[in-house]
Design a protein around this ligand. Structure first.
Ligand code: RIB
Ligand code: CA
Length: 312
């Protein structure tokens, strides 16, 4: 079975942490490296969390620190959802290995340049690092197979009424990616809001009875509480692993190839993704947008990875 080489750009973050585990423990994915970007927390916190999660789950891949601010220089943390550490809810180990001496962009560029086959970039945080890579190293585009990103929405937002958090954090970066000419897959809120951590999911996790699954249950209980406090959602959506699952098994989602733009100037709508589902505009299609999720297939993949990680 040929494995899919990927670089994961993320802002751990509870759901990013589960995306790291799914990427590292599903046999179809070859996780080459992790790059961090500020989003759910400041860059130092999300980077610490990436190292801590890799230590906890015995994942040994290079981790490099990426951008701490958006292309225009702004930063905000989603502490209302992920907590002060950006990964509250359970005790986590101190990092058991050093952060890469390369910057996040340098690691991304090297991994793409040195790969014997085109690499997929999966982004589960703001697209700042990906956009900078494309602008600094346009010659590497031919070695990037596709970009799969968790972000955006064909309907409402979650950071503002119409903007999803990752896109809202760096609309200019999103615009660069959307017009890169690369193969793009968008996993927005439409599909990720179907990846709900239900009571049945918790029950399945509780049957695993490993130190790792116990830690994940603690993290997800925190995530569930904050999501309910903020969004009145009794079961929180586990957004980011969906962007990994679509690579493992494309039948996990149903999608449409349509035009996606990002609003840069809207007084009330900056950061909104404008997804032309019914092709009402003349603009060329540029992204495969996932819209429906096979939740059973998704959770089977996610829980299998947690089980495998807990036994490693
Ligand atoms: O809107 C959800 C996204 O924002 C997820 O990637 C979550 O981790 C946060 O980064
Ligand atoms: Ca994220």
């Amino acid at each position: 079975m040929s494995r899919i080489p990927i670089i994961l750009d993320c802002d751990p973050g509870h759901d990013d942490a589960l995306a790291i585990i799914l990427a590292a423990y599903n046999p179809k994915i070859d996780l080459r490296g992790i790059v961090t970007v500020s989003g759910n927390g400041a860059i130092d916190k999300v980077t610490y969390n990436a190292l801590s999660i890799c230590t906890l789950a015995k994942i040994s891949v290079p981790v490099a620190q990426g951008s701490g601010v958006s292309i225009l220089g702004s930063a905000e943390a989603a502490t209302d959802i992920h907590g002060e550490t950006a990964l509250d809810g359970a005790p986590l180990p101190k990092p058991g290995f050093e952060l890469s001496k390369e910057s996040g962009i340098e690691l991304m560029a090297r991994l793409v340049r040195e790969s014997s086959e085109p690499i997929t970039i999966v982004a589960t945080g703001p697209l700042t690092n990906v956009a900078i890579l494309l602008k600094l190293y346009p010659e590497l585009k031919s070695k990037i197979k596709e970009i799969v990103f968790m972000g955006g929405s064909a309907s409402r937002g979650n950071r503002t009424p119409y903007a999803e958090f990752n896109i809202w954090m760096d609309p200019e970066a999103t615009d660069i990616v959307l017009h890169s000419g690369l193969k793009l897959t968008m996993c927005g809120l439409d599909v990720t809001h179907q990846a709900l951590v239900t009571k049945e999911v918790f029950t399945r996790l509780e049957t695993l009875k490993t130190d790792l699954s116990t830690t994940i249950i603690g993290l997800l209980k925190f995530f569930a509480q904050t999501y309910n406090d903020v969004f009145e959602m009794p079961d929180p959506p586990l957004h980011d692993p969906v962007a990994i699952a679509v690579l493992i098994d494309p039948s996990v989602v149903s999608s449409r190839f349509v035009n996606v733009e990002v609003e840069l100037d809207g007084k009330y709508t900056r950061g909104a993704t404008v997804v032309d589902i019914y092709k009402r505009e003349e603009r060329a299609a540029n992204a495969t947008v996932a819209l429906e999720l096979d939740a059973k297939k998704f959770w089977d993949l996610m829980i299998d990875a947690i089980e495998a990680a807990g036994k490693s």
